[in-house]
Ligand binder design. Structure first.
Ligand SMILES: Cc1ncc(COP(=O)(O)O)c(C=O)c1O
Length: 349
């Protein structure tokens, strides 16, 4: 027997969305962007690789200074309020390591991103989940939530709705610890909690480059919070957590907001069209502020829809969770991919 910590020996580990081998798949299961990243990102990576990759010999900038500067300018905050990361998952992990000791409690909304629970398990922290009311508020959230961290996914994954800023500000007041607003999908909507960071010492906003910026393969994220929080996160991260290619990619992506807006607009247009068409087939489709929809077929059998699409090499996400098994989460691909998906669903109901 390995001398593992008890909680590591007992845990199962997170199972990420399936990445199929081979050609011919329509991949609508992990909320990737169907469009390539900005050409400026590709140029920046190529420039970094010029002279036979000479730059790769040297360590990258441990402080991600240029990327932080550009992000800070974009969000109207001081660079001391920004940290870059190796995917937003790295931030979620380090927030738990920084704020929750073994035995402490963290909380989140169920359904949302279950990776929070896996990270808490690794740390030996306890997890408390809260359900949703019919109008998408948190059910039974206490006047004073004593947990060390509360994770709020906004827009919610997989349901697609976002929380209003007044409500988020109120939650921050009620949290004794940190309120992490996980804005992985926020570029697909207009409401962001970023402004709240200036007024609330305990709000941390996390973002990813994996969805709206089409950079899931580079592993990039960032967080905005008051400098004290950023200092703590800086202390515990790996010093060279971002490689040279990721750093130049992050900077170039943030600098090309026009490209971001154009691909986001295409995805939102396809999402709204696809949602309307599915409703015509009798599906219940949650209004979505993200790059996916949660859709329930007329017989409320999500597994059947998943299997039917899988047989045609169309991958969507099915969750066996009792709250979600009546539907599937479908990432929004290109208009052509969604037309093919709709044709199959039209044939099989
Ligand atoms: C709600 C949410 N937060 C965070 C992440 C992780 O993103 P990243 O690729 O930046 O680690 C995901 C990825 O699917 C997500 O859905």
């Amino acid at each position: 027997m390995l001398p593992l910590r008890k909680n590591i020996a007992e845990m199962t580990g997170y199972v990420p969305g399936f990445q199929p081998d081979g050609e011919g798949w329509i991949k609508l299961n992990t909320n990737e962007n169907p469009y390539p990243p900005s050409p400026r990102v590709v140029e920046a990576i190529q420039a970094e690789l010029s002279s036979g990759g000479e730059n790769l010999r040297k360590y990258p900038d441990a402080g991600s200074k240029e990327a932080r500067r550009v992000a800070a300018e974009l969000y109207g905050v001081d660079p001391s309020s920004v940290i870059m990361a190796n995917g937003s998952d790295e931030l979620l992990n380090n927030l738990i390591r920084a704020f929750a000791d073994a035995g402490d409690e963290i909380g989140y909304v169920h359904p949302s991103y279950s990776y929070y629970a896996t990270l808490a398990e690794i740390q030996g922290a306890k997890v408390r989940t809260f359900g949703l009311t019919d109008d998408f508020l948190i059910a039974d959230f206490p006047k004073r939530y004593p947990g060390k961290i509360f994770f709020l996914t906004s827009p919610n994954a997989p349901l697609g709705f976002g929380f209003e800023n007044d409500y988020i500000a109120e939650l921050a007041e009620r949290c004794a610890g940190i309120l992490v607003v996980d804005e992985a999908y926020v570029d697909f909507t207009d409401v962001s909690a970023m402004e709240l960071v200036k007024k609330h010492k305990n709000i941390v906003v996390t973002r990813t480059f994996s969805k709206s910026y089409s950079l899931a393969g580079m592993r990039l994220g960032l967080a905005v919070a008051q400098p004290e929080v950023i200092e703590a996160l800086d202390k515990i991260r790996d010093h060279y957590h971002l490689d040279r290619l990721a750093l130049v990619a992050a900077t170039a992506a943030l600098q090309d907001q026009d490209y971001l807006q154009s691909t986001v607009a295409r995805i939102c247009e396809t999402r709204d069209w696809f949602s309307a068409e599915l409703r015509k087939l009798g599906y219940r489709v949650n209004p979505s502020q993200a790059n996916y929809i949660f859709a329930a077929p007329p017989d409320f059998d999500g597994k059947r829809v998943y299997d039917v699409l899988l047989a045609r090499k169309i991958l969507v996400r099915y969750f066996s969770d009792p709250l979600l098994q009546h539907g599937v989460r479908i990432s929004i691909g290109t208009r052509g991919e969604m037309e093919k998906t709709l044709t199959v669903l039209g044939e099989v109901g």
